[in-house]
Design a protein. Structure first.
Length: 249
């Protein structure tokens, strides 16, 4: 007489179901296993002390999985972008693409500041060692920036008279060679005077004709302006008066 399998519902005649193996010794029923997996575990409150201890041991053996941070990828991309931007800015600055200045502009700023008694713009045209020396001297004298610049030009007043003004014109320039003019690049004398010196990558002499006009007379004199590229900026290292070039009126 055929029997109905309690596991899969099929008919079978023998002692066990040939289809799913129900009733066969040492054979697990697939449907029964699915049922066991779907059956909720016994609540802890109904467990014996031995069962509770077994559950704790099993929980310790399971690896703890941390919840993934949904913003981790975005934060990583932001960090990479910031670092990349920093590298790009550094390269542009080091090559003089950003915040670069022209040597002609620096020389013009020097004489314009001298004419207008603008101390801050004046000291901004020279390296930091010379700039600090000017600032220290001004503080020791107790003068404002404007008064210091007037005092700076005082030696010219007896020559040209009161109401002194100046105008200037930039002339030709000569690029200096590191081999022929090593003192301009290594700045030995500069270091001895100020204690340190900037690193010079390029250097030029720019000839500047300056016209001084006062109540006594007007005269055009020439200055040899030594200007160098230090880092990514041009700075004036020295301004030499050339006594052989002058035109009096």
């Amino acid at each position: 007489m055929a029997k109905i399998c309690k596991s899969c519902g099929s008919y079978y005649k023998g002692s066990y179901c040939e289809k799913c193996g129900y009733g066969k010794p040492d054979t697990k029923s697939k449907s029964l296993e699915k049922f066991k997996k779907a059956t909720p575990k016994k609540p802890v409150r109904f467990m014996t002390e031995e069962e509770k201890a077994a559950v704790k041991v099993t929980a310790k053996d399971k690896p703890i999985q941390k919840k993934a941070d949904p913003n981790a990828r975005r934060n990583l991309l932001i960090a990479v972008a910031v670092v990349t931007l920093g590298v790009i800015i550094y390269v542009l600055i080091s090559r003089g693409v950003l915040f670069s200045n022209k040597k002609e502009d620096v020389i013009s700023q020097y004489f314009t500041a001298l004419r207008d008694n603008d101390f801050d713009k004046f000291v901004d045209t020279v390296p930091k060692e010379i700039k600090n020396a000017y600032k220290d001297e001004r503080e020791e004298m107790g003068l404002s920036g404007e008064d210091y610049m007037r005092r700076f030009k005082e030696p010219l007043v007896p020559v040209y008279g009161e109401g002194l003004t100046l105008s200037f014109e930039l002339g030709r320039e000569e690029k200096l060679d590191r081999t022929a003019e090593p003192e301009v690049f290594d700045l030995t004398a500069y270091k001895e005077r100020y204690g340190s010196a900037p690193s010079v990558s390029e250097a030029y002499i720019v000839y500047v004709d300056v016209t001084y006009t006062g109540s006594i007379k007007s005269e055009t004199v020439r200055y040899n302006c030594y200007i160098a590229k230090t880092g990514w900026k041009w700075k004036i290292l020295n301004m030499e008066f050339d006594p052989g070039i002058m035109t009096a009126e």
